[in-house]
Design a protein. Structure first.
Ligand SMILES: [Zn+2]
Length: 51
């Protein structure tokens, strides 16, 4: 099958999974991005986790 990897951006504060990110690249480093979290109602650090 295709090598598509679905990564999830998880809030590091409340652990809520807020964003889904599709990537074709196998080699992807752990990325931490500041994103808006609905649950926290503010911008928090989101960590990319594999589905
Ligand atoms: Zn949160």
């Amino acid at each position: 099958m295709a090598d598509r990897i679905i990564s999830i951006l998880q809030c590091t504060v409340c652990k809520n999974k807020n964003y889904y990110h599709a990537s074709n690249k196998k080699k992807e480093k752990k990325i931490e991005i500041k994103k808006f979290c609905k649950k926290c109602r503010k911008h928090t650090l989101h960590k990319m986790v594999k589905s």
